[in-house]
Each structure stands twice: as C-alpha cells, then as structure tokens.
Design a protein around this ligand. Structure first.
Ligand SMILES: [Zn+2]
Length: 301
C-alpha cells in the first residue's frame, strides 16, 4: 500500500505534465470510484446501503479549468486548479482552489500518458489535457477513490495530523500525551501523523530503538524527538530512492521504487537483525503485521 514516500514520488512525477495545462475533458469510467459533494465521503464501496450518486458537475473534476499544481498531505494527493477570483487568478496556496484528491488505497496509481498510449488496465477516471496528453487513475482492487472538492482541500484535510515529512519532536510529543495505546498504533493513525503506514512505522521504530507496543504516552520526550527525526530521515531517504515497490507500486511514468532494498525490518521476520544479528521477531499491532528486533528494541527501553 503506497505510503508517504510513494505518494510524494508519484506527485513529483506527474506534476510537470499538469502545471499550466487545461483539462479539456474528464471521462469517468466507473462512477463508484468518484465521490463528489453529497456523495459518501469514504466512497461508495465503504458506504452503508446503496446511496444514489449525485450528478457530478464536470468542473468538480476540473474540466475546463487550468491546473496550478499538485499538493500532498500524508498519503493523499491533490491536483489543484487555478482559482479565479473576481476575474483574477491567484497563486495563493490556500487550500481553497478547486481540487481533486486521489486516494490510492491498496493498488491505485496515476499515470501521465502520451496522446495515443494504451490506458492502464482498470482505468476508472481519465483527464484529457489540452496538449493531448492524458492522466489516468487506475486501481485494480478499487480501495482507492477520487474525491471532487470544488471548494478545495482545506476541509477535507482538516482531520489529518501534521505531515510526517516535516514532523518535529515537540509536535509529535504533543499528539501522544496521555495516550495508552501502542506507539505503532499511534504512528499509523492518520489523525496523529499523516503519511506513515506499516512499512515506515516499523522502519522508524527500529531506527529509534522503540518497542512497537510501548505505550505512546510513556515515551520520554527525548525518545519521541529521536523518533520524529527517524521518521523524517527514513521518509526522505525513501523518496530519494523513489519509494518502496513491494508488489505493484509505480510512479506516474511507470518506474518502480528501490527503497525496499534498504528495509531493515519490514518483511524480514526471522532474518538476522542488520544491527545485532538476532533473528527479527513478528507480532501483530493494530491488526498489522509488525517486525522488530527484541534486542535492539526492548520493551520500555
Ligand atoms: Zn537487533
């Protein structure tokens, strides 16, 4: 499942194809992969009953609008249009500009394609640009979603915690005060910290030498600061390597990531710890497979 480094790599790979281009047409090939204003916020697959989809206005998916750029918060990727106010275009990145947010879910991806390129299998939404190029959102397993946000990302992203790529120790400590749950569960909670998933939680906890089940609120401030530093460093390194490709992640040009070769714990249960040689242990935290070193990451260590 794509986490912050993969989404950021994808964002950087598609942005040059989009900036300054006008969306000539939007083709929605699967309506239930799009959520507009008035539709279930989490998408139709996770909504109770069978909600009737609203009628989507083409501009909600940016048809006819010119793209100002892309943005990212945690694992969410936004394509933002220029906002015209009283006939003027403003470049202010306020979160108010019309946007679509693409949530990749398990297997979602976004591809920047030439005019006559074949579409990826399971393409659900296609944006045709004024220069003939195309941006395709595809998702075989369909846990992803395209959210149409004509009023911008501000409200949609209000529930997300601070972005993990820039998290500082004090800000992280403030969000862990008083919580008894396991530190790994807290790291995975997008309202605490936006962008970390299973891979980078395990890698960051190993780097900070914290046991994944330690109660988050009991960790001393200097150790939380080390954790925040580890999160930032590992995410930055992963972005430099184009993210991690475990099964099918690709950036917008079809390139796989390479950071999976640098994983120190994720996916390595039973293999020797790269620091001390002890076989790595596995357990489940917050319903997620978790790998750690019992020697390097002792409980309440
Ligand atoms: Zn070890």
């Amino acid at each position: 499942m794509p986490e912050l480094p993969e989404v950021e790599t994808l964002r950087r790979s598609i942005e040059p194809a989009l900036v300054g281009r006008t969306i000539r047409a939007v083709e929605i090939r699967r309506r239930d992969m799009v959520s507009g204003p008035g539709d279930p916020v989490g998408g139709f697959s996770r909504a109770a009953g069978a909600p009737t989809p609203v009628r989507l206005a083409p501009t909600w998916l940016l048809e006819g609008l010119t793209i100002r750029g892309t943005a990212r918060r945690g694992k969410q990727l936004a394509i933002e249009a220029e906002q015209s106010t009283a006939g003027r275009t403003t470049g202010d990145p306020s979160g108010d500009a019309p946007a679509v947010v693409i949530q990749l879910g398990m297997t979602g991806s976004v591809s920047a394609l030439d005019r006559n390129a074949d579409l990826p299998a399971h393409t659900h939404v296609l944006w045709r640009l004024d220069n003939g190029r195309q941006i395709a959102f595809s998702d075989p397993r369909r846990f992803g979603l395209v959210r149409a946000l004509p009023n911008g990302t501000r409200d949609a992203w209000a529930d997300l915690g601070p972005d993990a790529l820039t998290i500082r120790g004090k800000a992280l400590a403030d969000r862990l005060v008083g919580t008894r749950r396991a530190i790994k569960a807290a790291l995975l909670d997008q309202q605490v910290l936006a962008g970390v998933g299973n891979i980078y939680a395990d890698e960051s906890l190993f780097a900070a030498r914290l046991h994944p089940e330690d109660p988050a609120g009991d960790i001393p401030p200097d150790r939380v600061a080390l954790l925040a530093t580890s999160v930032r460093r590992i995410l930055r390194q992963a972005i430099e390597r184009g993210g991690s490709t475990i099964r099918d992640y690709r950036d917008g040009s079809g390139n796989a990531g390479a950071y999976q070769r640098s994983h120190r714990v994720y996916g390595r249960t039973g293999l020797p710890c790269r620091s001390c040689g002890t076989p790595l242990a596995g357990l489940r935290v917050a319903q997620r497979a978790t790998v750690f070193c019992e020697r390097c990451q002792p409980r309440n260590g």
